[in-house]
Ligand binder design. Structure first.
Ligand code: CP
Ligand code: NVA
Length: 314
């Protein structure tokens, strides 16, 4: 299967069809195999990538820089503490200028609207490296990891336990609804994902056969193939610490919760960075059921696949 995504931006997986997402996952697998065989290509030679960061990053930055650089491309890291974006100069004008100099732009920051404006005014592909609303490249790596563990993701049960309204939970809901994976968000009522997104995902799920559930009951992990958690306090929400710790302490992923799945073959996932002792205990994330480190590696392969598909002729 080959289909053209050349010139496309990845702002949210809502913009991609199930076939397009499956194509990206297949390409990611090929890219990983090439990497394991030690094959080296120059598929980004002569291309440039702007890496705009308003928030911190380890995995996303390193994945973009290494995936692009090792194929002969030139990535340029631009912290928004140093450039004009939205400060002296409008986002539209920065986008216009970057579009004249770069082949593509990665943006990590607060507003989804900033990613959208960059795409609209730059005329080059823009990749959302995390906003307050979505983290689409993460969800691709997560589903690649699920495929590695279970083969097909269709009909599998994925449970997200924790802050159900955050960017990672929202992106997992979208990709699950598109690909037919049953997705349960286990979160206190105060942190439920918003109704607009739930409605969109319910409509998508009807077509794919996925069952999307939101519940405060941790016993809903029963039968889960994978249990996923993320930090209780996302970047930019530091003032919510006290409230989140109080709401989410009963939702910590520990061995007792993993055992509630009823299977030793269930896996544990985490996008990282993790605060061990808060959302997950060290024995779980460092234990035999954890795939968190494969997930982190898969960020690079999936991100390379997205850039290959959108910047080159495959
Ligand atoms: N998972 C993830 O996005 O990690 P970073 O914040 O380190 O990029
Ligand atoms: N929800 C987290 C994800 C970090 C990769 C955050 O936004 O900080």
């Amino acid at each position: 299967m080959s289909l053209s995504l050349k010139g496309r931006s990845l702002l949210t997986l809502l913009d991609f069809s199930p076939q397009e997402i499956e194509f990206l996952l297949k390409l990611s697998k090929e890219v990983k195999n090439e990497n394991k065989k030690g094959l080296v290509f120059r598929r980004f030679e002569g291309k440039t990538l702007a890496l705009l960061f308003e928030k911190r990053s380890t995995r996303t930055r390193c994945a973009f820089e290494t995936a692009f650089g090792e194929e002969g491309g030139h990535p340029v890291f631009l912290s928004t503490a140093d450039i004009q974006l939205g400060a002296k100069e409008s986002i539209e004008d920065t986008a216009r200028v970057l579009g004249r100099m770069f082949s593509a732009i990665q943006y990590r920051g607060f507003k989804q609207e900033t990613a959208e404006a960059l795409a609209k005014y730059s005329n080059v592909p823009v990749y959302n490296g995390l906003t307050d609303l979505y983290h689409p490249t993460q969800a691709l790596a997560d589903f690649m990891t699920l495929e590695e563990s279970f083969g097909s993701v269709k009909g599998r049960k994925l449970c997200f336990v924790g802050d159900g309204r955050n960017n990672v939970a929202r992106s997992l809901m979208v990709i699950s609804a598109k690909l037919g994976t049953h997705f349960t968000v286990i979160t206190p009522d105060e942190l439920n994902p918003d109704d607009v997104l739930r409605k969109k995902c319910a409509d998508l799920a009807e077509k794919s056969g996925a069952v999307i559930t939101v519940t405060p009951d941790i016993n809903a992990v029963k039968g889960a193939d994978a249990v996923y958690t993320d930090v209780w306090i996302s970047m930019g929400e530091e003032d919510k610490r006290e409230e989140r710790v109080s709401l989410l302490t009963p939702y910590q992923v520990n061995q007792k919760l993993m055992d509630l799945t009823g299977s030793k073959n269930s896996i544990f996932l985490h996008c990282l960075p993790a605060v061990k002792g808060e959302e997950v205990t060290a024995d779980v994330i460092d234990g035999a059921q954890s795939k968190a480190w494969d997930q982190a590696e898969n960020r690079k392969h999936t991100i390379k696949a997205v850039m290959l598909a959108t910047l080159t002729k495959l």
